[in-house]
Ligand binder design. Structure first.
Ligand code: HEC
Length: 163
């Protein structure tokens, strides 16, 4: 009886397992997948920064207009880009300076929560100064950010619209 059960189990294991791949071919597959991962496209720090630049500008016009929904959205976009930098730009030593942006973003969230234009403007100034402080700290002081003068796009309305 025992022998029969063992034989059935053996048969099932052998038939479910299919052909056993040899280690060399598995290693070749792992190597090729690793090459594909290493060669896959990843945005660089400069690209994330260009995205942040756009959201920084939009945030100003949204907040200045008291459009808190849009201001909240743009602040979150900056936050997302920061999170992505932490995820994708681990090879850049500059990411060590990123945490300095947390306090200014928090003060902007607070201004949005309080629907306070005065608080928003001081939070935005703090944010902009922090962009420049980090550029100086990371030897990119030639990238100077200021409070935007004109809206970055003419095909988007920054004022809150009636429902
Ligand atoms: C980690 C600190 C740090 C913070 C915080 C930071 N930056 Fe940067 N930024 C950099 C570094 C480093 C570069 C250079 C990236 C590269 O090598 O391409 C850069 C580049 C830039 C560039 C030039 C991008 C290009 O390719 O033309 C812009 C624009 C920019 N940052 C905007 C901002 C804005 C706006 C903020 C604030 C909301 C900000 N940055 C906050 C470190 C920072």
């Amino acid at each position: 009886m025992k022998i029969w059960i063992s034989a059935i189990v053996l048969y099932l294991v052998a038939s479910c397992g299919g052909p056993v791949q040899d280690t060399a071919s598995l290693q070749a597959q792992v190597d090729s997948l690793q090459r594909r991962v290493e060669n896959s496209y990843r945005p660089g720090l400069g690209e994330f920064m260009s995205g942040i630049q756009v959201h920084h500008a939009k945030l100003w016009f949204a907040g200045k207009a008291g459009n808190w929904g849009l201001a909240d959205f743009e602040t979150k976009e900056i936050q997302e880009a920061i999170d992505d930098i932490n995820l994708y730009c681990t090879d850049r030593p500059e990411v060590a300076s990123l945490p300095m942006i947390k306090a200014p973003l928090d003060s902007i969230y607070e201004a949005i929560h309080n629907k306070s234009t005065v608080q928003f403007k001081s939070g935005f100034l703090l944010l902009t100064n922090t962009c420049n402080n980090c550029h100086r700290a990371t030897k990119h002081e030639f990238n100077v950010i200021q409070i935007p003068v004109t809206p970055p796009f003419t095909n988007q309305i920054f004022e809150k619209q009636p429902k």
